[in-house]
Ligand binder design. Structure first.
Ligand code: HEC
Length: 110
């Protein structure tokens, strides 16, 4: 199933590059997905439409669906200390990428 998700992400990234799409983070959502798989999936469910929390850790789809979630709020969160993560250091590019990925999980306005 993983290729399906990756395809959806790539599609979303291309749609965003296509222009008038709502404001997107300057990151690369495909790279962000790979980063999420290796860095974040131990605690969070990171896949599209996965709304379950894992041991009270919200899934990325659930984070994306919160009204309070914006590009800025995610960047601020990820640039400060993360719960239980010793010495948490993402580069600016990694933050942008993973933020771009999380924002692709937003429920589409219907
Ligand atoms: C060691 C476990 C762990 C890892 C690894 C982890 N997280 Fe988290 N994350 C948590 C927990 C626990 C919470 C909820 C409590 C909190 O807000 O600190 C959380 C909350 C969040 C939230 C905020 C949700 C909200 O309520 O606003 C975001 C965004 C997030 N994580 C992103 C990430 C990203 C991106 C990565 C990988 C780069 C990551 N996390 C890796 C444990 C983890």
């Amino acid at each position: 199933m993983r290729w399906l998700v990756a395809g959806a992400v790539a599609g979303a990234a291309m749609a965003a590059a296509g222009g008038a799409a709502a404001q997107q983070a300057p990151g690369d959502a495909t790279a962000g997905y790979a980063l999420a798989q290796s860095w974040c999936a131990g605690c969070h469910f990171v896949d599209q439409q996965e709304m379950r929390a894992k041991d009270a850790v919200p899934s990325f789809a659930a984070v994306a669906a919160m009204k309070s979630t914006t590009e800025l709020s995610l960047q601020a969160f990820l640039q400060t200390n993360h719960h239980n993560m010793p010495d948490w250091r993402l580069t600016r590019q990694q933050v942008d990428d993973v933020v771009a990925y999380i924002l692709t999980l937003r429920p589409k306005a219907s």
